[in-house]
Design a protein around this ligand. Structure first.
Ligand SMILES: *Cc1c(COP(=O)(O)O)cnc(C)c1O
Length: 373
């Protein structure tokens, strides 16, 4: 049996087990404890922000983000369309409505011109969105400056979904630290993982304190259990925060390994007719969380699905680029501003195995299987 090569798998460093053992030795097996506090502090230092709340998932972080800016039922939220469902499901949790915005060709992320013209339109209609959720896809930052400027001009809070972009830069700083709130994910397939977990960051101490309060069942300061608000059970476990502390120490190595994967693939496959690799925008460093490319069926001779299935037959897991949210059945009827760019990327886009623990032999197997097609 050939060994399957998966898209993106966890990759532990040397210290994680030590931190987990420490949690066991001190019996801090709870969604509170010294690792949680330390993970928040160390995360802030790593990405250059002031306050962070460790939670059970990136999705939970986004849910809390929407709640903390006071989104109400019926509000509209602008959101990137080319992304994973979790960028938008929290919009539904709070009873708001997503409006999807198309990508630009250079970053594959939200098109800043399209956002600005959409906001101008909404001013005329007297119907501004309550927030903008900007996604930084596949380890590449969106073009944040013009997007932030457009949001600021209309007083709209910017929430950054940097779940896939930890370790990336935008003009030397970390995406996720520009808007009012940023969120990250430590799910098993992300660049570093706690098996499951997330982080919410902000420069506003009070906002982050409130997020921690909601994430722990909104317990009022009283000796008995007293609640004046409804909260959630969203805090990160102290055991998992220990894994996160270890993973944070190897983040830069993980970025280098994933960028290396990309370079090897590009060297080997970049000259094939009809193959285009996801560009790296000039404004920053992409982590290449996943190596993505597009296949032009006319030039290449067959379409993306043929390639994906041929790889699958050789036990190689490749995936289509995210299906745009405006095409998802669950969001049928939601407004979409543009969408053709994202649709084409979905139609032609393929993500290759990209884990930081792939061996040179793994990469070679993927390349050979691809070339055979
Ligand atoms: C993974 C991911 C999330 C959700 O994070 P979880 O920790 O899995 O809940 C949100 N947005 C994007 C873009 C993601 O890739």
């Amino acid at each position: 049996m050939v060994k399957p090569i998966l898209l993106s798998t966890p990759h532990m460093g040397d210290r994680e087990l030590e931190f987990v053992k420490e949690a066991f030795d001190t019996n801090w097996i709870a969604p509170v404890g010294p690792h949680v506090d330390a993970f928040e502090r160390e995360f802030c230092q790593a990405i250059g922000t002031s306050h962070a709340a460790a939670v059970s998932s990136g999705t939970a972080a986004l849910h809390l983000a929407l709640r903390s800016i006071g989104v109400e039922a019926g509000d509209e939220i602008f959101c990137s369309t080319l992304t994973f469902i979790a960028s938008a499901s929290p919009i539904s949790y709070v009873g708001a409505k997503p409006v999807f915005i198309d990508s630009d060709r250079t970053s594959w992320n939200m098109n800043p011109d399209l956002l600005r013209s959409a906001l101008e339109n909404r001013v005329r209609l007297g119907k501004l969105p309550r927030a903008v959720i900007l996604v930084h896809l596949y380890g590449q930052s969106a073009d944040i400056a013009p997007i932030l400027a457009a949001c600021n001009d209309y007083g709209i809070p910017l929430i950054e979904d940097a779940a896939e972009a930890l370790g990336a830069t935008y003009k030397g700083r970390s995406p996720g630290t520009f808007g009012r709130i940023g969120i990250y994910s430590f799910n098993g397939n992300k660049i570093i993982t706690t098996s499951g977990g997330g982080m919410l960051v902000s420069e506003e101490a009070e906002l982050v304190a409130k997020v921690r309060f909601w994430a722990t069942q909104a317990r009022d300061p009283a000796p008995h259990y007293q609640h004046t608000e409804i909260g959630y059970n969203y805090r990160l476990s102290n055991v998992l925060a220990g894994i996160g502390r270890g993973q944070l120490q190897v983040l830069e190595q993980r970025v280098q390994a994933r960028r290396h994967n990309f370079e090897v693939y590009q060297q080997a496959l970049g000259d094939l007719p009809g193959i285009e690799f996801m560009p790296e925008a000039a404004f920053g460093r992409a982590t290449r969380w996943l190596t993505c490319l597009t296949i032009d069926p006319d030039l290449f001779g067959c379409d993306r699905e043929r390639v994906r299935l041929a790889l699958a037959r050789e036990q190689i897991e490749a995936r289509p680029v995210w299906k745009p949210l405006h095409l998802q059945p669950v969001f049928a009827g939601c407004e979409s501003i543009g969408g053709e760019v994202a649709e084409k990327l979905f139609d032609r886009g393929l993500c290759l195995p990209s884990g930081s623990n792939l061996t040179p032999e793994d990469l070679e197997r993927v390349i050979e299987a691809f070339k055979k097609v």
